[in-house]
Design a binder for this molecule. Structure first.
Ligand code: NAD
Length: 519
């Protein structure tokens, strides 16, 4: 394609065989910037064995001590922020400001879970509605070794976020980053080691899909997967075979609803940033816009104008939009655009690769879009914002829900109450009113999808607790008889007592009547 080779493309060539090293290339320049080993299944099993051994003593540490060590890791991580920003910017082609956002979010995750895991994982009392003479509570025990398999769009956040949640819950974590971006996770691990945390407790194992598959088969106790829907299905199948629980963070097709009363300037800016940050390679990118007909024309004009002002290029310079990490995404974008134009969409901005070297694509705005176009129905994961005119909010919500994906949604209106009502009707794991993207970076909130966007949640109470075995303990509160009435031996008398009790408790009519019926 005349583009810069990526780690993936480079590997496929050597005599048709997989090399045992991945070369990582800067997508903006094509320069080789480092190598990562391709781990074999045996090496993966050994890594998981070491992680399991390290986890046993880690789980015995009081949670305050785990937190203290995580914060030590965070301190060094923040101290070395600029070194990480340099590498992120080169390996992913991100503008430095976007690389910095990854650092900020990751540091916040470390801080939040270090400070709040104790409360979130505190044993929880359960009030029993019938068996009042007994006490129940659940406690959250570590699962053991969490296997994390990640995508290439935010390699630093995934390594830190899965790692810190797993560790604070008392687990070890073995992470398999994407073959397209192995160097950033390896550097995160170097910093973790330098902070003096147990070396085998958090491990980064590099390789291709086969290394990820080997991780699932290596005896891990849970899998947290971030990636494509098609890979997610394979991961779920393998987890089912192993009877290993999994959380699947898969694709998205976030709808963005612009109501007639929206703040148009804010909506247009949100669409442009939410559609083009990280070159649209975000699972919660603005992937389709439904604009009320009363504001449609003005919105399209403003989105076009803002998009045309974006500076695209090598992140070594001052740019807004960097490089495409994974070259296949350029072909995906071109196919969506060709299909939309053939079906009557209008190209208002971008639409092609700029001249010159590097894996770039111009931020693209398509208007006059309809639901028969692939760009409105299938994930883009690239810098295209398609806009469709709708008659009213009802049509917008109906179309927003006409999707096999449901990760994120956006509603823009000045009427917060209406925004909230519409948001509740959008079928997605998270819906934001009058903002974009940021919900992912709020560690106290659950994140995950419905429908084909996945299952399970990361972040928040739900995410942290999912990394634990929920164990229920039920104990007696009072002195007990030698035999419970429902135990052996069964008798006609005990049968009748239970039948009467069932009628009193659950029969129809008033409680008074049910008691009187006993006599
Ligand atoms: P991908 O599915 O191709 O790869 C993800 C990871 O899975 C990589 O590390 C890969 O090596 C590994 N893998 C591949 N085959 C495997 C197998 N058979 N068993 C185990 N592991 C295997 O995804 P990608 O191209 O890296 O990422 C893009 C996709 O990820 C998009 O669809 C995007 O929407 C999705 N994504 C989702 C979220 C979310 O939080 N929901 C976040 C980012 C990206």
């Amino acid at each position: 394609m005349g583009m810069v080779a990526t780690a993936v493309a480079a590997s496929a060539t050597e005599g048709g065989k997989q090399r045992n090293v991945i070369t990582s290339y800067a997508p903006a320049t094509g320069e080789a910037i480092g190598e990562a080993p391709v781990l074999s299944a045996e090496e993966v099993r050994a890594a998981v064995r070491r992680a399991r051994a390290a986890q046993e003593s880690w789980a015995l540490l009081p949670i305050e001590e785990r937190a203290e060590r995580i914060l030590r890791w965070r301190d060094l991580f923040v101290e070395r922020a600029e070194e990480l920003i340099d590498l992120l910017s080169r390996e992913c082609g991100k503008p430095r400001s976007e690389a910095l956002i990854e650092i900020t979010v990751a540091a916040d995750f470390m801080t939040y879970f270090a400070k709040h895991a104790k409360d979130i994982l505190a044993p929880r009392e359960i009030e029993l509605h019938l068996a009042k003479y007994r006490r129940s509570y659940v406690h959250y025990a570590p699962r053991g070794v969490i296997g994390s398999i990640a995508a290439w769009n935010f390699p630093l956040i995934y390594t830190v976020s899965d790692g810190v949640q797993a560790l604070m819950a008392g687990n070890a974590c073995v992470t398999k980053p994407s073959e397209a971006t192995p160097l950033v996770p390896m550097r995160v691990k170097e910093i973790y080691d330098a902070a003096g945390l147990p070396e085998d407790l958090l491990q980064v194992i590099t390789g291709y899909g086969a290394t990820g598959a080997a991780l699932i088969e290596s005896g891990v106790d849970m899998v947290v997967f971030t990636g494509a829907v098609s890979t997610g299905r394979k991961v779920a199948e393998e987890c089912a075979r192993q009877l290993v629980p999994c959380t699947l963070e898969l694709g998205g097709k976030a709808p963005f609803i612009v109501c007639a009363d929206a703040d148009l300037e804010r909506a247009a800016r949100a669409i442009v940033w939410g559609g083009f940050c990280n070159v649209g390679q975000v699972c919660i990118s603005v992937e389709r816009v439904y604009a009320h007909e009363a504001v449609y024309d003005r919105l399209c004009d403003r989105v076009t104008e803002l998009t045309q002002s974006l500076r695209v290029g090598d992140p070594a310079g001052e740019v807004d939009v960097g490089a495409i990490i994974f070259p296949r995404q350029i072909e995906v974008a071109e196919k969506h655009i060709a299909d939309a134009l053939a079906k009557g969409a209008e190209l208002r901005a971008g639409g092609r690769r700029p001249d010159g070297p590097g894996q770039f694509f111009q931020p693209t705005v398509l208007t006059g879009c309809t639901h028969d176009m692939t760009v409105m129905r299938e994930e883009i994961f690239g810098p295209i914002v398609p806009i469709m005119r709708v008659r009213d909010d009802e049509e917008a919500v109906r179309l927003a829900n006409e999707s096999h994906l449901g990760l994120m949604g956006y509603v823009f209106t000045k009427d917060r109450e209406k925004g909230r009502r519409l948001a509740e009707r959008v079928r997605a794991g998270t819906v934001m009113v009058n903002d974009v993207i940021l919900a992912y970076a709020m560690p106290e909130t659950p994140f995950g999808g419905v429908r084909d966007s996945g299952m399970g949640r990361i972040h928040g109470e739900e995410g942290l607790r999912s990394m634990c075995e929920v164990r229920h303990v039920n104990v007696d509160r009072v002195a007990l008889l030698a035999r419970e009435p429902i135990w052996y031996p069964y008798s006609d008398a005990s049968y009748k007592v239970l039948l009467k009790a069932t009628r009193v408790l659950f029969g129809g009519g008033s409680i008074m009547q049910r008691v009187l019926d006993l006599f």
